[in-house]
Design a protein around this ligand. Structure first.
Ligand code: GLU
Length: 439
């Protein structure tokens, strides 16, 4: 059965880059009728916070990306230790004693000599006595001993990949302080949980090579891998530093609609056009990871604005009923309110502006040359409630009384009633006015 997972570390809020990963894994699972796991990679007890774990779930729920179950790596430490024992038994796990500072120095020396900064395996040359002496001083970290051969796989996005394990450092799987690192935990989880497809960012390609070997050393095959390109800003600039400001919760607070965000991110970087889709099911139907390219993908948060306006214009009333009720719009006019407003808002928050003008009237500044006209026109306006013909009846009366017509008639009236020069059809808006407009 197709099983995928989204595996964020609860060390911060999830952002637009994480969303791409989450969405692709979600769509693969849903399209196949499989299982989508939310896995919290929380083996770092200092940086992982419950508050972030909650926030991740809240953000995914906002988007409707439902998961079948949650797994926490901190609940599975015994499984990782068992895998570590097995690797040790197989001669594929060894202790290193270098401090981070020593390792850093080694890397710098290699780089100075024009060599790739690959761990030199000095720890493998230590005698038992030397190791015993070092153990008395410090606790070792543990590395997986790579087989120095080429590691090959066919990537769902990148195609055939071949990485020479000799060009990669033996990965540290357990730190000196005993903390299990992501690589080991991820390998064990993906195997134990029967994960069939792993989609993640192309910054994980080297990890994948080592993970394939670790899985093999533990006696397992590996899932299908696909590495999507990383996002850049609109000019191709690195987005990594700005991702903090592109957290999903900030986009939500800015009024971005879930379907606008999903419609963009489910297609951006693929050969398919970005179109407004009204449901996740539509996005899932048309999704195929092989349509995605390996080139960095430009992301422009401004693209979310027109999509959000379109998502709102297409939104059925029942999905907005709660928000509309919360504004205080009476239930009997709420559906009509939505019909009139939905094509005239950039965010759902802007509904409040329309409601306040309907309820209380607008504060419009009337141009000097229109002042007498508006006073006369408003004198011809009866008290609400207004019917569907109110606008036609009123404007004909004003036309007759003042001789104005066309734009010179309609625009000043629209402006005086709404305080704006654009908006819904006045004939549709008038019946929603709760108070008589005041000049
Ligand atoms: N916690 C890892 C990350 O967020 C997961 C990577 C993976 O999907 O394996 O980068």
């Amino acid at each position: 059965m197709t099983t995928t997972r989204f595996a964020p570390s609860p060390t911060g809020y999830i952002h637009i880059g994480n969303l791409r990963t989450a969405l692709m894994n979600y769509m693969i699972a849903r399209k196949a009728g499989g299982t989508f796991i939310l896995r919290l990679d929380d083996t770092d007890p200092e940086r992982s916070k419950q508050e972030y774990a909650d926030a991740i779930q809240e953000d995914l729920e906002w988007l409707g990306l439902t998961w079948d179950r949650v797994e926490r790596q901190s609940d599975r430490l015994d499984r990782y230790m068992a895998a570590a024992d097995s690797l040790r038994d197989k001669g594929r796990f060894y202790e290193g004693f270098e401090t981070p500072v020593e390792l850093d120095l080694k890397r710098k020396k290699q780089l100075n000599m024009g060599k790739p900064p690959v761990y030199d395996r000095a720890a493998l040359a230590l005698s038992e006595d030397e190791k015993a002496a070092l153990r008395a001083e410090r606790s070792p970290h543990w590395r997986f001993k790579l087989d120095q051969e080429r590691i090959n796989w066919t990537d769902g996005v990148l195609g055939d990949i071949s990485i020479d394990a000799a060009s990669v450092s033996d990965p540290v799987l357990i730190r000196g302080d005993g903390q299990v690192l992501y690589t080991l935990a991820s390998v064990v989880d993906d195997t134990d949980m029967g994960v069939t497809h792993v989609v993640r960012g192309s910054d994980h390609v080297t990890n994948t090579a080592t993970q394939i070997q670790i899985m093999a050393a533990l006696g397992h095959g590996h899932p299908e891998f696909a590495h999507h390109s990383l996002l850049t800003g609109p000019q191709g600039e690195a987005l990594s530093k700005r991702l903090g400001t592109l957290a999903l919760r900030d986009l939500r607070a800015a009024g971005v609609e879930p379907m606008a965000l999903l419609s963009l991110m489910a297609r951006l970087g693929s050969s398919q056009p970005v179109e407004m889709h009204l449901s996740l099911d539509e996005l899932i139907d048309g999704f195929d990871i092989s349509n995605f390219g390996s080139a960095p993908t430009k992301f422009d948060a401004d693209d979310l604005k027109p999509l959000t306006a379109r998502a709102l214009a297409a939104m059925p009333f029942d999905k907005m009923a709660d928000d509309i009720a919360a504004l205080g719009v009476p239930g009997d006019i709420a559906p009509q309110f939505w019909e009139v407003v939905k094509g005239n808002i950039a965010t759902r928050g802007e509904m409040a502006d329309w409601w306040s003008l309907m309820r209380d009237g607008a504060s419009a500044t009337v141009a000097e040359e229109d002042a007498a006209f508006i006073t006369e026109a408003f004198g011809l306006l009866p008290e609400p409630p207004y019917g569907p013909d109110a606008w036609a009846t009123w404007t004909s009366a004003v036309k007759e009384a003042t001789g104005r017509k066309g734009r010179g008639l309609f625009m000043p009236l629209r402006h005086a009633v709404t305080g704006r020069s654009h908006g819904p059809e006045m004939a549709e808006l008038m019946p929603l006015l709760q108070t008589k407009p005041q000049a």
